[in-house]
Each structure stands twice: as structure tokens, then as C-alpha cells.
Design a protein around this ligand. Structure first.
Ligand code: UDP
Length: 238
């Protein structure tokens, strides 16, 4: 059963960048192996789990448009990148015996089901891990916003944002030696201090719908399971 779980229903957002690992691009097999192991563990705890995977390890819309590409085309390429990542994660999960479904916001029937909320709920009820691909399906949005949107739609208790940093800092810890770790922060402070946790659209959607966000490092051992059990790691935005 799910008794004793602090968060029985979880939307886990994994940035594309986190999937790339050391190589900084594409999909790193050792990173994926560790991630899959953790997802399987969380799933075995009885958690209803939805995943949103970014695409920044392949294409990032703002970067491509800064380099001269039309923004909308670049964003669609970014959304397609999230589908590539979703299929990679689905394949790895199923090889480990975890049943999954990929639901995409952009129709491509040959390789994934279209996103239909009721269908997503049904898959979750049946204990399948649901991978939401294609972002929101709209340009000018991010996969963070997609994660919050899907999280709200599936009545998740929390959005867990898995990144390459331990949580939120007062400044960029890679640039500022005085940057301080922030264990807990309000939505409003996170928004107004522009700490780069999540884009403003995603944060305000969380704020309006009272869904907490935990930002944590994917490299921390059993990070997601620990949060699900109620341990305080990373940064809590609420
Ligand atoms: N994207 C989009 N609409 C969405 C989600 C994503 O246009 O709803 C595009 C956008 O160009 C973005 C890219 O897909 O840069 C990859 O997503 P994101 O940058 O959020 O991935 P992450 O940073 O998590 O790897």
C-alpha cells in the first residue's frame, strides 16, 4: 500500500541536461541506468508516477533562435527532442520490467499515444509509469511548464524537479563563491528574486494551484525515494 508515503502521487521532471551527464549532450547510458533504477524503486514503493523529460540535451529553442533559427521551428524541434528522450527512457524502463506508456502532446500515432488526460489517469490507476512527451505541445513554453501542467492534471502531490544542482541557491554557485543554499522558499520569493529555479510561467501555475515543488540533484543517492518518504532534501518551494 501507499500508507506512510508523504507524496503518494508524483510528477517527476527530469531535465534533458541531467540526462546528458558529463558529456553535456545526448543521452549518457550510466546516467540513464541510475535514473531507471531510482524510478523503478519509487514505482515499487507504490507511488503513482508521471514523468516529464526535457529536451535541452538535444535542442533548446531559445538557443537555436538566438543562433538565427525561427523561434517556433526551434521550439518544435525542442518538443521533438523530448519525444526522443521519452522513448529512450521508456525502453530502458521496460527492459527492467516497469510497465510504461508514452503520451505525447503532439500526435505521432506510430510511436506513442496521443495525450488524453482520462487515458493518463487510467494508466496511472493500472500502475503504469506515464511518460508525458512533447512538452505542452505549444511553442514559447518549457518542459517545466509542461511538468507543472501535467502534475496538476494528474492531481500530483508534488512536482519533483531533478537537476544537476543540489537545489536553489541565492546566486549561481558555479560563479559566485558566496552563493548560499536555500532549503525552503515561498513561490512569491522564488518568483520575485528570479533565482532561476523554474520559469515564471511554471512557478505561477504552481502557486495558483498550491502544488509544492522540490528541486534536487539527480546524483544524490535515492533522492526521489527519500522525498517521497518525507525526507527534506533539496529545496522546497511552497
Ligand atoms: N518546448 C516548447 N514547448 C513546450 C516544451 C518545450 O517549445 O511546451 C521546446 C523549447 O524550445 C525548449 C525545448 O523544447 O527549449 C526543450 O525543452 P526544455 O528546454 O524545457 O528542456 P530542459 O531544459 O528540461 O532540458
Amino acid at each position: 500500500g501507499t500508507e506512510g508515503l508523504h507524496y503518494p502521487r508524483v510528477l517527476l521532471k527530469i531535465s534533458g541536461e541531467a540526462l546528458a551527464g558529463e558529456q553535456g549532450f545526448g543521452i549518457s547510458p550510466p546516467v540513464v541506468d541510475r535514473l531507471i533504477d531510482e524510478i523503478r524503486h519509487v514505482h515499487e514503493m507504490g507511488v503513482a508516477l508521471g514523468l516529464v523529460i526535457g529536451g535541452g540535451n538535444i535542442v533548446r529553442g531559445t538557443k537555436a533562435s538566438a543562433e538565427g533559427m525561427d523561434r517556433v521551428s526551434a521550439d518544435y524541434m525542442g518538443m521533438l527532442a523530448t519525444v526522443i528522450n521519452a522513448l529512450a527512457i521508456q525502453n530502458s524502463l521496460e527492459r527492467k520490467g516497469v510497465e510504461t506508456r508514452v503520451l505525447t502532446a503532439i500526435r505521432m500515432e506510430q510511436l506513442a499515444e496521443p495525450y488524453i488526460r482520462r487515458r493518463a489517469m487510467r494508466h496511472l490507476e493500472k500502475g503504469r509509469v506515464v511518460i508525458f512527451a512533447g512538452g505542452t505541445g505549444n511553442p514559447y513554453f518549457s518542459t517545466d511548464t509542461a511538468a507543472v501542467l501535467r502534475g496538476i492534471e494528474m492531481n500530483a502531490d508534488v512536482i519533483i524537479k531533478a537537476t544537476k544542482v543540489d537545489g536553489i541557491y541565492s546566486a549561481d554557485p558555479n560563479k559566485d563563491p558566496n552563493a548560499e543554499f536555500i532549503p525552503e522558499i515561498s513561490y512569491l520569493d522564488a518568483l520575485s528574486r528570479e533565482l532561476g529555479v523554474m520559469d515564471a510561467a511554471a512557478l505561477s501555475l504552481c502557486k495558483e494551484n498550491h502544488i509544492p515543488i522540490v528541486v534536487l540533484n539527480l546524483d544524490a543517492p535515492r533522492a526521489v525515494s527519500r522525498v517521497v518518504r518525507g525526507e527534506r532534501i533539496g529545496t522546497l518551494v511552497h
